[in-house]
Write a protein that binds this ligand. Structure first.
Ligand code: CUA
Length: 333
């Protein structure tokens, strides 16, 4: 009875493993993730088959050849049987070949985008956020990777500090981001949508909150975003936001850049067209003025290990200065 309760409980918890979870490799949304899932499924099926046969034979032998009451003799030693030896060499060999060929083909398929017009993107992992550079478009953004659907994106992945791992479960990965070397891979989204990603390599205190999101857009929406990112920089006309720009110039530009502006800090995330971001703090919370105030006041209270200084404690910004700064960052040009 106790065993039954345990099994029923285990089954109940397993029902939590749903396929429609937004970050599941079992729900691929592009050719790379599909190829990876196919390989995963093939090796799983083969291993499940081996386990079933081997454990089945073990169970059969244990039950069928039990010591009977009164049977005290050792069984006679059985010499090698040639056909059995051949069989249990040939079957693993065949299974290994069945796995090796698709593995080889998939590895080379994943190494290079298949078509002629891939979009190049450079991914730089930082403690604890992601930088995305578009060399062809001349733009830099952070934590939200915009890509056009149906077009392969060729990525060069590296790190500015320690080893991270770039992973978007529904699109593909994972790929290590290591300092001092560039790793390459590609991915492609078939449908527009937001695909969550994470850092998959323990990289420090803020590792668990090093999220990203891939915004897959139609070609037209993507180029609209590119245009917004490339729009010439203008100081705000609103008085509060203008005061906020002064605060930015005084306290933020050492680390943060805004495209086209005189502010060119490269330590923290690039903040070009920040009002277009859906989240802040690398996927930590929704990008709202309230959250941005909390974040600027004390980022460490919201995220472990964050390297950004506290606006209150470290930079001695007043409430009015933080209000102005938020008006500057969240304001549309
Ligand atoms: Cu970066 Cu974990």
């Amino acid at each position: 009875m106790r065993r039954f309760v345990f099994l029923a409980g285990a089954l109940f918890f397993l029902t939590g493993c749903r396929v429609d979870y937004p970050a599941s490799v079992l729900d691929p949304a592009g050719p790379v993730a599909q190829a990876q899932l196919k390989l995963l499924a093939l090796s799983f099926l083969i291993m499940a088959g081996i386990a079933t046969v081997v454990l089945g034979l073990l169970l059969y032998a244990a039950l069928r050849f039990r010591q009977k009451p009164g049977d005290e003799e050792d069984p006679p030693a059985s010499p090698g049987v040639t056909w059995v030896e051949v069989l249990w060499t040939a079957i693993p060999l065949a299974l290994l070949l069945i796995m090796a060929i698709p593995t080889y083909r998939t590895t080379f398929y994943l190494a290079k985008p298949p078509t002629g017009n891939p979009l190049p993107v450079e991914v730089v992992a930082h403690q604890f956020w992601w930088e995305f550079r578009y060399p062809d478009q001349g733009i830099i953004t952070a934590n939200e990777l915009h890509i056009p659907v149906g077009r392969p994106v060729e990525m060069k992945v590296r790190s500015a500090d320690v080893v991270h791992s770039f992973w978007i479960p529904r699109l593909g990965g994972k790929l290590d981001a290591a300092p001092g070397r560039t790793n390459r891979f590609w991915l492609q989204a078939d449908e527009p949508g937001a695909y969550p990603g994470v850092c998959a390599q323990l990289c420090g205190a803020g590792h668990a909150q090093m999220h990203l999101v891939v915004q897959a857009q139609t070609e037209a929406d993507f180029y609209q975003w590119v245009q917004a990112m490339k729009a010439p920089y203008r100081s705000p006309t609103d008085t509060l936001a203008l005061a906020g720009e002064a605060v930015f110039a005084k306290s933020c530009q050492g680390c943060h850049a805004i495209g086209g502006s005189p502010y060119k800090g490269r330590v923290g995330p690039d903040l070009t067209a920040f009002h277009l971001r859906t989240t802040l703090g690398a996927g930590l919370v929704k990008n709202t003025p309230e959250n941005l105030i909390r974040w600027i006041e004390d980022p460490l209270a919201m995220k472990y290990g964050v390297l950004m200084p506290s606006g209150k404690r470290d930079l001695n910004l007043s409430d009015a200065e933080i209000q102005a700064l938020v008006a500057f960052l969240e304001g549309k040009p």
